[in-house]
Design a protein around this ligand. Structure first.
Ligand SMILES: Cc1cc2nc3c(=O)[nH]c(=O)nc-3n(C[C@H](O)[C@H](O)[C@H](O)COP(=O)(O)O)c2cc1C
Ligand code: SF4
Ligand code: SF4
Length: 365
């Protein structure tokens, strides 16, 4: 069986899956539940100067593995974390990462208290709503503690790569990429009001829908900083999603939405499925695939037409490949005869990707 252990900033993780900051890590009890279910590490809900009071309601499922939220930071006080939650995590079977936001003043206030707590905290993760706060926060966390520091960056910053550069220059030991995407808006059409409470109903999206954005961001960061560990966080729902993140250079995987929607057993199950996928593909560890796709992420366009392959035995005559062709180039005739109008076909590739049985394939798709 493939060995799925990874190391992150000096900590050994029994698998690459980290419960990212969110409801599942609201306190020691939630974090212990994640560890018991197989999470190798957990990032606490973000500690800020004052405990959060959340609008109601503040989480909605959009279906298909995607959620919106208007949830704030930790609703437990720093004092409670320092005096009760962190001590209750001593000896827990996983790596504890303390999340710290959202300004340099708050880091200066809270980081020394976390340094005094020491064990079980193994790492800090600094996070902010504002890009400009990140560099000073990293500097302060490094100055005031001996913990390795992850800088969590937001997909909502246009200058994200410059923020990453600044955080690394300021001493960040790793990057968490990225966070929920927003602001977005969802209207409940029965009430004609925003589905979630909060200023203007503006919300932040997580889960399946944001994965391609996060894959692009992880790839951008890993191409630029190949030696800096990146915790890919956003939209990982399956073991295959984790593989994709490794292939663009991730060192470990953060997840919140999938284990929230599917239950915390998602962690152990997905770690098992990752090991199986690696085995089946002849790899012995995530290290074997780390960054494997990066050389292919390059400028330039391929313009060679696709060559299609059709396996009538696998075809169920569902007709999807025919339906999706905007150019009416594909025809399925009596007796599973697949016909392609080569003059009409633009080689867009869509028909191949909707075939549920791999009866229709093409080179390069
Ligand atoms: C309800 C909810 C609350 C969250 N709270 C925090 C938080 O307090 N601090 C933080 O850094 N990220 C927070 N996040 C963001 C997650 O840690 C994660 O970066 C994001 O959801 C993308 O990962 P996912 O698609 O696996 O959920 C929250 C996410 C959700 C869904
Ligand atoms: S590749 Fe695109 S254009 Fe060609 S048959 Fe398939 S869907 Fe139609
Ligand atoms: S999508 Fe696949 S299974 Fe469905 S008709 Fe086309 S080739 Fe056959």
């Amino acid at each position: 069986m493939a060995d799925v252990r990874v190391s992150l900033c000096g900590a050994e993780l029994r698998n690459p899956f980290i419960a990212s900051s969110g409801p599942l890590t609201y306190g020691a009890k939630g974090i212990r539940r994640c560890f018991a279910a197989g999470a190798a590490a957990a990032v606490t809900k973000t500690l800020c100067k004052l405990p959060a009071e959340n609008p109601i309601p503040h989480i909605v499922s959009l279906g298909k593995g995607t959620m919106l939220n208007t949830e704030k930071w930790a609703d437990l006080s720093v004092q409670q974390w320092v005096e009760q939650e962190f001590p209750a995590l001593r000896g827990a079977d996983g790596v504890v990462i303390a999340s710290l936001g959202h300004t340099v003043e708050e880091v200066e206030l809270i980081a020394p208290q976390l340094a005094r707590v020491g064990e079980p905290i193994r790492m800090l993760e600094v996070v902010s709503y504002r890009a400009v706060d990140m560099e000073p926060m990293v500097k302060a966390a490094k100055r005031l503690t001996d913990f390795p520091v992850l800088a969590k960056v937001s997909p909502n910053w246009p200058d994200l790569l410059e923020v990453v550069d600044a955080c690394i220059a300021a001493g960040a030991d790793g990057i968490t990429a990225a966070d929920s995407l927003g602001p977005v808006l969802h209207i409940d059409i029965e009430t004609a009001r925003p589905a979630l409470s909060g200023d203007y109903g503006y919300a932040w999206m997580s889960g399946t829908a944001i994965k391609p954005v996060i894959v692009r961001i992880v790839a951008d960061i890993c191409r630029r900083h190949p030696d800096v560990p990146v915790v890919a966080t956003g939209g990982v729902t399956t073991a295959e999603d984790a593989v994709e993140m490794f292939m663009v250079g991730a060192a470990a995987i953060g997840a919140q939405t999938a284990p929230m929607l599917q239950g915390v057993s998602w962690f152990g199950k997905t770690a098992g499925k990752l090991a199986k996928w690696l085995d089946e593909h002849g790899y012995s560890s995530p290290a074997d695939i780390r960054g494997k796709a990066l050389p292919a992420i390059a400028p330039g366009e391929d313009k060679r037409p696709l060559t299609f392959f059709f396996d009538a035995e696998k075809c169920t005559e569902c007709g999807r490949c025919v339906t999706v062709c905007a150019y009416e180039a594909r025809h399925l005739e009596e007796g599973k005869v697949m016909r392609l109008d080569e003059d009409a076909c633009r080689s867009c590739g869509l028909c191949v990707t909707v075939c549920p049985t791999e009866a229709l394939t093409a080179d390069r798709v």
